[in-house]
Design a protein around this ligand. Structure first.
Ligand SMILES: Cc1cc2nc3c(=O)[nH]c(=O)nc-3n(C[C@H](O)[C@H](O)[C@H](O)COP(=O)(O)OP(=O)(O)OC[C@H]3O[C@@H](n4cnc5c(N)ncnc54)[C@H](O)[C@@H]3O)c2cc1C
Length: 382
């Protein structure tokens, strides 16, 4: 076993960390307060080429291994989780199916500009009545001459109101449940495709999030993203380990920010004549948080390593996502306690960490769904 990063990975991590400190940290509070990403920040950051991290070099990418990708997601989320959310949507879920199944023309028109940060991508599963339960999807794709007509309303779509194109989950045959689901690429400007109501989020603020409405929107044949009809959920399954690992990496980054802030406070804040960090109960919090962070780190990077080795760590990726997220929620909770009343004040960071961390609960599966999956797998096996 070798737990060390390679020299290249360490160099990359450090370069991303510097970029985050220089470009993103000065904007964090503004992004949270306005719920908007400053256009100049998006332009400058996306111009650095990171959006193609996991894609081949011939597409403008970096062909990075999964560990390097996780280092990027972690560092970015250490800066601003809202900004990270918008960027990662463009890098991973919003473009993955286009990369895998898009025609040369679609790749040229959508994928390459998305990698350059010139187009905004998104991914749409969720509807009002279907979140975890994808089989309840009501958005319908009807076969017509030369293509498909899509009708339905998606909700909770990150980057949705501002997207240039969307990968949309729709059923081509409702009677088949999960086996009737497919992905379609829908571009801005398509007649019958438009943003609906925008949501006001508790945390992870920055990217616009809300409804996307499809009203008999026509897309040509080639916009069905999949080698075989009816395999949408199976294709989704192929990327789920990476998505769950990525969420775990985001949790690590967010926990690091909260922890560093809490630690600093234990040194500065005096009570009964000494720094609160001198009290055993506060030191126990620091020790517990640091231990949980290390454990989560091992799980996340172990899963990234397995993905890079071509393994299929379904159970481990689910565990890592759940463990790292719960760790992050615990860390931000402890940091608000360390801050005392100041942890309740909008003038300080902890309330933001507290709101932001909850975002991790949903992407890649809720913890009820994940726990059920892990438990079921283990019971079946033994
Ligand atoms: C900030 C944010 C951004 C998002 N961005 C996107 C996006 O870009 N694209 C997109 O498509 N979606 C997005 N979502 C939606 C997200 O994917 C869903 O929230 C998620 O799939 C869960 O669905 P739901 O919220 O409808 O909860 P539900 O599925 O309705 O679940 C409600 C509760 O019931 C529990 N539950 C459900 N089924 C079971 C079961 N079988 N056993 C036990 N418990 C169960 C759940 O765990 C949860 O506690 C986003 C959500 C948030 C908060």
């Amino acid at each position: 076993m070798d737990f060390r990063l390679t020299e290249e990975q360490e160099f990359f991590r450090s370069a991303v960390a510097d970029t985050v400190d220089r470009l993103i940290l000065p904007h964090v509070e503004r992004i949270d307060q306005t719920d908007e990403i400053p256009p100049e920040l998006w332009k400058e950051f996306t111009g650095l080429g990171y959006l193609g991290l996991r894609y081949p070099e011939e597409l403008g990418g970096m062909n990075a291994d999964p560990i390097t990708c996780m280092l990027f997601y972690e560092e970015l989320s250490r800066g601003s989780v809202g900004f990270a959310q918008a960027v990662i949507m463009n890098m991973l879920m919003g473009t993955h199916f286009l990369f895998r199944f898009g025609s040369p023309a679609l790749r040229e028109r959508c994928l390459l500009p998305a990698i350059r940060g010139e187009k905004i991508a998104t991914m749409c599963f969720t509807e009002d009545q279907s979140g975890s339960d994808l089989a309840a999807t009501r958005t319908v794709a009807r076969k017509v001459d030369g293509g498909w007509r899509l009708t339905g309303t998606k909700n909770w779509i990150t980057n949705g109101p501002s997207c240039d194109f969307a990968t949309v989950l729709a059923t081509t045959d409702a009677s088949k449940g999960m086996k009737g689901l497919n992905f379609f690429l829908v571009e801005k400007g398509t007649s019958g495709f438009q943003p609906g109501q925008q949501l006001h989020k508790l945390g992870a603020r920055g990217p616009a999030c809300g409804e996307l409405v499809l009203d008999d929107a026509f897309v040509p044949e080639e916009n069905l993203l999949g080698a075989e009809e009816g395999k949408g959920v199976a294709y989704l399954g192929e990327i789920l380990n990476e998505v769950r690992c990525m969420t775990g990496a985001m949790a690590l980054g967010m926990a690091r920010t909260a922890f560093a802030d809490g630690l600093e406070y234990t040194r500065k804040r005096q009570a009964f004549g000494k720094a609160i960090g001198e009290y055993q109960l506060i030191r126990a919090k620091i020790a517990d948080m640091a231990t949980d962070m290390e454990a989560a780190r091992l799980m996340v990077y172990w899963v990234a390593w397995m993905i890079g080795e071509g393994l299929n760590p379904r159970r481990e990726a689910a565990m890592a996502k759940m463990y790292a997220t719960e760790m992050c929620l615990k860390v931000v909770d402890e940091v608000t306690r360390i801050y005392g009343a100041n942890g309740f004040a909008s003038e300080y960071g902890p309330q933001r960490y507290f709101r932001d961390a909850r975002f991790l609960l949903y992407g890649g599966g809720t913890h009820e769904i994940i726990k059920d999956f892990v438990g079921r797998e283990i019971i079946r096996e033994r």
